[in-house]
Design a binder for this molecule. Sequence first.
Ligand code: CTP
Length: 397
Amino acid sequence: ELGRVFEREGHELHLVGGPVRDAVLRRPVSDLDFTTGARPEATEAILRAHCSTVWTTGADFGTIGGMFRGEQVEVTTFRADAYDRVGRNPVVRYGDRLEDDLERRDFTVNAMAVSLPGHVFADPFGGIADIARRTIRTPASPESSFADDPLRMLRAARFAAQLGFDVEAPTLAAMRDLAPELSRITAERVRDEFVKLMLAPDPVAGLRLLVDTGLADRFLPELPALRMEIDEHAQHKDVYEHSLQVLRNAIGLETGGPDLLLRIAALLHDIGKPETKEVVAGGGVTFHHHDIAGARLARRRMRELRFPKADVQAVSLLISLHLRFYGYADGEEGGWTDSAVRRYVTDADGQLDRLNALVRSDCTTRNRRKAERLRRDYDAFEERIARLRAEEDLRAV
Ligand code: CTP
């Protein structure tokens, strides 16, 4: 096996990171990540001699990949502590010792290794104990780890959501202190971690961490802003808690596995509320057209995070139309919303199902007057769209 191949060439090889963690947790192991003392050129030569395919896309970061006996493997040269604190991507310097490599990893649960070919287990930072305590903790000081790579703060929240672990207090404190550093990270890397968090079994736990530490303010400030909605009249539900609950409900309705766009829309469906909140004379609060405002805000954030266009559109649609389903969902209005929405959902692939799922998840009993008002809102919305279309047609002419 691969360990013997490297040994024959005089190099160490250790299985490391995610696969070791997942094996200990008895979760399915996906890719096999290795670390080695061999420099990338040497690794490439070895893999070329023993793998069916080899890829070098990660070579700048010391990683060479290949298919070894039908398994996808990635072999990365030991890292020494070296990050560019100004730049937006990690800068790499190679090291000579496994322990240094493990120390510069993000969390103790990811800093365990199995040395090959002898299968000797290395856990210098107490990863096993932290798994037993269900704790996320950095091997070195959390401040220096997060200053080296601020993305790790998002990864902490992501692992909390994936594994159901807590973040230990000093690591959490460092996340609070260093949250502003997240602005050094590219939108794509932030998006990828956010997506992994949203797809995890318990995104709510991860989202609470993002909000509580101030990390969410850096890329999705509309989410923490929802906390303002517990108002003096006490007639409006706490929109932040409500949104988390709707997300949980939406997850409960998924039949074909995690649905990222439904989850995002469920979480963000009320983000237009803070902006559209109005106190009416005589008490009470309204949020006119908050769904349209919310769709606009969601589009802006998702574009900033470089989500694909189609995803931005789907989430925007889900949010802008969600209210119109209440009557339908309550069965009070003979399905008028269903046919009306169908006219908008032309490129439907799954979107109508998503809408229905979202609505079922947010369905509360509404009285007829409310349904009537929503219908009037909806008609006004339709009129507006029709007017906009006419204007566009005119311009086109
Ligand atoms: N790693 C790190 N700091 C980062 C990213 C990654 O220290 N900012 C290390 C961790 O040891 C991690 C390993 O690199 O285990 C592989 O990273 P990645 O593939 O992103 O994460 P996994 O732990 O493998 O989890 P998953 O495959 O579920 O994303």
